[in-house]
Design a protein around this ligand. Structure first.
Ligand SMILES: *Cc1c(COP(=O)(O)O)cnc(C)c1O
Length: 363
């Protein structure tokens, strides 16, 4: 401890959901995808020449940036590839926020934002959600030097329509960077007409708003949480800012294997539309069943449900005892909620049945 820097001694690190090693759980606590990645990823690994690993990777991850550019109809100078989207977020805090900047984010949101704020000496104001747990646009039309909003938000799952985001971008055009964290955007898309995985994304506002940075991850929608690939999309001058930080930290944040696997995955949109549609259907059916049991369930557009229980902690422990691992946040305002990742329909049957026991234990 006496060797720690002031920063290491004072910072309160983020604690991710557990990856338990003690026994086999129905693991629905960290929003991983229950389905495997595209078969193109397996094909790529089967034919991968390990000989290629003796070289350093391409520092610009060009192959992957091109695949993303093609999928998003952007140019490669509007894309920044990162080692998980958490890294893109951390670099964005360093590039656009920091000392003497005061930023805004919702009171209930991804709990890494306050940690990155502390890491970068960024001051922040947590903006309360409405009584319905929505992000309220007007709260972000006030002086600030930065904004971070997850859309859909986590852990609520609630989605903010694009025209509301556009109001925030317009108001803040001259003074601050607005980060929209789209970790769950695929699950918010309208898949009925099979248009695209990202039909609800703010990405189409990038050419109009040079203060917009969209952050994505392959961890949830693309079943690649173990690969660690994320990316940021924005005006080339924002991408430049991220590159300045990255190149002062580690030239090779994307490894050769990850770049190749991620590019293969991105190229197979049809596969991902299909599994996303299954997850969305399972989500909506599960929400309906839980409401019928008397639980109050927020209207999720993500791959998880935020479910209110009589006692969040007790219900969490009961489920865990029964081999069902969900996420509980021991924090004010949300400590009676459980965040339940959407697994397979069989996983969800088990969760619903186990939760039913907590409602009426004598049944
Ligand atoms: C899961 C998650 C991330 C991090 O994703 P990685 O790419 O795995 O680092 C970022 N933001 C939100 C809101 C998330 O839920």
């Amino acid at each position: 401890m006496k060797y720690f820097s002031e920063l290491a001694a004072s910072i309160e690190p983020y604690v991710p959901g557990e990856q338990p090693q003690d026994k086999a759980y129905i693991k629905i606590n960290t929003n991983e995808n229950p389905y495997p990645p595209s078969p193109r990823v397996q094909d790529l690994l089967d034919s991968y020449k390990t000989e290629d690993l003796k070289l350093y990777p391409d520092p610009n991850c060009t192959k992957l940036a091109k695949a993303i550019a093609a999928a998003e109809d952007l140019s490669t100078d509007q894309i920044f590839v990162s080692n998980g989207s958490d890294e893109a977020l951390a670099f964005a805090f360093m590039a656009f926020f920091g000392e003497n900047k005061k930023i805004l984010f919702p009171e209930i949101t991804y709990s890494f934002y306050p940690v990155y704020s502390a890491l970068t000496s960024t001051e922040y104001t947590k903006i309360p959600l409405t009584d319905e747990m929505q992000v309220k646009t007007a709260d972000y039309l006030v002086p600030n030097q930065g904004i971070v909003i997850a859309n859909p938000n986590a852990p609520t799952g609630l989605f903010m329509p694009l025209d509301e985001i556009e109001k925030i971008l317009r108001y803040n055009l001259d003074n601050s960077v607005v980060i929209i964290d789209e970790a769950y955007i695929a699950f918010a898309s309208d898949l009925g007409n099979k248009k695209s995985l990202n039909s609800q994304s703010a990405v189409r506002l990038i050419n109009k708003y040079p203060n917009l940075l969209v952050i994505r991850t392959l961890s949830k929608s693309h079943s690649l949480a173990g690969l660690r690939v994320g990316y940021a999309l924005g005006h080339p001058h924002l991408i430049d800012g991220l590159n300045r930080i990255k190149n002062s930290f580690n030239s090779y944040t994307g490894d050769s294997l990850a770049i190749a696997c991620a590019a293969a995955a991105i190229s197979d949109e049809a596969y991902y539309i299909n599994i996303t549609e299954q997850i969305v259907n399972t989500r909506d059916a599960t929400a309906k069943r839980l409401r019928e049991l008397g639980f109050s369930v927020l209207d999720s557009r993500a791959n998880f449900l935020f479910v209110k229980c009589v006692n969040g902690k007790e219900t969490f422990n009961y489920l865990k005892e029964k081999g069902v691992l969900v996420r509980h946040f021991d924090k004010p305002l949300i400590n009676d909620y459980l965040r339940i990742t959407i697994g397979t329909p069989e996983d969800m049957d088990l969760v619903v049945n186990t939760l039913a026991e907590t409602v009426n234990p004598h049944n």
